[in-house]
Ligand binder design. Sequence first.
Ligand code: FEO
Length: 169
Amino acid sequence: MLSEKIQAALNEQINAELWSAYLYLSMSAHFAADGKPGFANWMNVQFKEEQDHAMKIFNFIISRGGQVTLKPIAEVKTSWASPLDAFEDTLQHEQVVTGMINDLYALAAAEKDYATQSMLSWFVDEQVEEEETAQGIIDALKMIKDNGFGIYTLDKELGARVYTPIAAE
Ligand code: FEO
């Protein structure tokens, strides 16, 4: 059985994951309109992964006999000055999410809720990967600056990203 406090915090995290999905879908739309189909693809995969993150917590609440409460998803930005600007926003957002996951883990530990800690440990590892990936693309974009061929090549590389549902990982 979930405590009221943990259930409320998990529901907040579902909202944050869905907001993340919304943010990356908006970035995908922005890149598609900007003639960068590879960047758009990468963000579209990110969008789907964030929905999986939300559903992982959703399903966990149900499994523990809790109540999922869906709240409104706040508005997101619709345009970015450059690919670097978008990926800097991505990294900054992922750092905020990492903080939220850490706070949730600390709450579960304080309440001796071992099942919630076990579920959250997947997210702890995932956030390391999320931040590392965003930082890697930022580093590449800083090297490329506004070199057209560099952007073209990175667009091709990001276009190769394929969505894999987390349950199948
Ligand atoms: Fe669900 Fe990108 O963290």
